[in-house]
Design a protein around this ligand. Sequence first.
Ligand SMILES: C[S@@+](CC[C@H](N)C(=O)[O-])C[C@H]1O[C@@H](n2cnc3c(N)ncnc32)[C@H](O)[C@@H]1O
Length: 213
Amino acid sequence: MTEPAHLAAVRESYDTVAAEYLRLVVPPEGMDPLSRAMLAAFAELVRESGGGEVADLGCGPGRVTAYLNGLGLSVSGIDVSGEMIALARRAHPQLRFQQRTMADLDLPDGALGGILAWYSVHHTPGDQLPALFAEFRRVLAPGGHLLLGGHTGDGESRPGSAYGHPVSYTSYLVPADRLVELLAGAGFTVTTRLDQARPERPERGYVSLLAHV
Ligand SMILES: C[S@@+](CC[C@H](N)C(=O)[O-])C[C@H]1O[C@@H](n2cnc3c(N)ncnc32)[C@H](O)[C@@H]1O
């Protein structure tokens, strides 16, 4: 299958910035308390529902994957960037990581007890989000949980550079209400919504959504 242009840009860009991303972005242990609380709540909900395999989609260097593993989940990571996957495997050799797009998962229907998509769906064009969330829904078992965290806004942003390197990716920002609507349309029940603002980046919104099927 030919790789869509937006995905090639994501792959190439994150390949370029992977090492600096690891150096500059705070690990889960340094996140704000409410983001960590959402990760902890997700882990507890998955465990209470019987556990099962969890996929961290758009896992980057695998630090959140490992954090969830430390919270008792059986979790593996998937990312389109080969450099990110290489960093993840190097730092966390006990965990499984796969280079692949989250839009087309190599998993049977109902294979997972949980999905984390943490700051990774904003690189998917808005018109492709219904198909992306349908794929998430397909691979979750009945009662499975989703935690989606990320940027919100309205419109496209092409930063041109990030983490000190040129990047060609686009961020396709949608309002949090629209994310909730799209998840509901894909068959999810959204139970919890945490809206956050960050003083250092006032033009952006941040949302964490807990949902189940
Ligand atoms: C901002 S980083 C977040 C990484 C990680 N979730 C974290 O919090 O550290 C976004 C990641 O999503 C990945 N990504 C974006 N779109 C993707 C897709 N369609 N399939 C797989 N990975 C994707 C990128 O390669 C990048 O590593």
